[in-house]
Design a binder for this molecule. Structure first.
Ligand code: C5P
Length: 226
């Protein structure tokens, strides 16, 4: 059973209208663009609607700064926030400690926009196998005390093996049969992702652009029950 997180990749007013149509929504993702436009007030508003908020700002900075950002998110009433695992073990441990029990900090391993060549160049290595890097970074995230990781649908089993049974495995790129893939290269259905071990499915366009967003959400949620 996985939770559906609606990715609010919309202007604030449109996001509010969408949520008015989906009273069953439980989780929303607020990313960098919406946060830059609407600020913390929007996050408070979502929490005030009774929604759990995934604040996806992907922090990567010195441990003291990331810990401060995590404390800020916690004070805002956020339930999940992202950091980059490439920030290192000390940064991840500082974030995990600052989060306390109410906020789950999850780590991004290898961005899905990276090609193997682009990633190898960024980290100064001759060549890499992306899945090995994902496993290495997910293992480091677990040891540093993070609640879980974000990963592509094809990495769920690898990340689950590193985190053990309790970790959160947060997965975007979710599409039902017949949904347009858009710019997502690696997709999976909601049932398939949940059965592979995902705990949270991040869904944007299949709900945002549906003729009937509530019906699309309910179909996703039902499939994610596994
Ligand atoms: O519209 P779609 O369902 O593709 O939206 C997926 C959401 O997950 C977007 O907000 C996107 O930025 C985010 N995301 C992703 N791939 C990642 C990390 C985050 O698609 N690796």
């Amino acid at each position: 059973m996985a939770e559906i997180i609606i990715a609010l990749d919309l202007p604030g007013a449109d996001a509010r209208r969408l949520l008015d149509q989906i009273p069953e929504a439980r989780w929303v993702k607020v990313g960098s663009i919406l946060f830059a436009e609407e600020g913390p007030a929007f996050v408070r508003e979502m929490a005030g609607r009774g929604l759990s908020v995934f604040l996806d700002l992907k922090w990567h900075d010195i441990p003291n700064t990331v810990a401060g950002a995590v404390r800020g998110a916690r004070a805002l009433g956020v339930q999940m926030a992202t950091i980059h695992t490439l920030g290192g073990s000390a940064m991840m441990a500082a974030a995990a400690e600052a989060a306390g029990p109410s906020l789950g900090v999850v780590g991004v391993t290898v961005l899905t926009s990276h090609t193997p060549e682009g990633y190898a160049e960024a980290v100064g290595r001759g060549s890499v196998t992306v899945l090995d890097e994902v496993a290495r970074l997910a293992g480091a995230a677990g040891r540093a005390g993070l609640r879980g990781c974000v990963c592509s649908p094809h990495e769920v089993a690898t990340v689950r093996a590193q985190l053990g049974p309790e970790g959160w495995v947060v997965v975007p790129g979710i599409r039902r049969a017949g949904d347009a893939a858009g710019d997502q290269a690696r997709t999976a259905g909601p049932r398939e992702a949940a059965q592979a071990g995902a705990t949270h499915l991040v869904v944007g366009r299949p709900v945002l652009q549906a003729q009937d967003p509530r019906a699309a959400f309910l179909e996703m949620a039902s499939a994610a029950e596994g």
